[in-house]
Design a binder for this molecule. Structure first.
Ligand SMILES: Cc1cc2nc3c(=O)[nH]c(=O)nc-3n(C[C@H](O)[C@H](O)[C@H](O)COP(=O)(O)O)c2cc1C
Length: 138
């Protein structure tokens, strides 16, 4: 199983309707392709986790990378994993407004330091952030 986390910036602020349309298409395609994951949208930035067969994840990434609705895609983590973090979600979604103050701060810090860390693709902070997020959903 391949797991990718990337950060990107919306080319312009997305309305709820536009976000829902991204989610609708993503959920449909990802269910078909056996891809699961999470999309966070906060202050004009996206953080997305994608997991599934390597070929399927590559195909989604190739499509998403070309999408003009966002740009400056930084791969924060590109790793192999035995288990899925989001086995039941073709694409879980949370707007920043529904997150705790602590998690919002985590996300802001993550985004601020992302350009430095993307080069190393160490991914530890990306995974910590996602894990905190998963805990907060329980
Ligand atoms: C931030 C963001 C995340 C996206 N995530 C996915 C995704 O997880 N899966 C997917 O199929 N498309 C995703 N898309 C949409 C793709 O860029 C593309 O529009 C879509 O896959 C095309 O699907 P179609 O060929 O069925 O029309 C995302 C787009 C954006 C802007």
């Amino acid at each position: 199983m391949r797991r990718i986390v990337y950060l990107s910036t919306a080319t312009r602020l997305m309305s709820d309707t536009e976000l829902l349309e991204v989610l609708r298409v993503s959920r449909e395609n990802n269910a078909r392709d056996g891809v699961t994951g999470l999309l966070l949208y906060s202050g004009g930035n996206f953080i997305q986790l994608l997991e599934g067969d390597s070929d399927a994840v590559s195909a989604v990434c190739a499509r998403v990378e070309k999408d003009p609705r966002h740009h400056r895609m930084l791969i924060m983590l590109d790793d192999e994993s035995a288990e899925r973090l989001f086995p039941d979600w073709s694409m879980a979604f949370r707007p920043a407004s529904s997150l705790s103050a602590e998690l919002k701060q985590d996300i802001a810090d993550f985004i601020a330091q992302a350009p430095d860390e993307a080069a190393t693709r160490d991914g530890r902070r990306a995974l910590r952030l996602i894990n905190n997020f998963v805990q907060s959903m329980r």
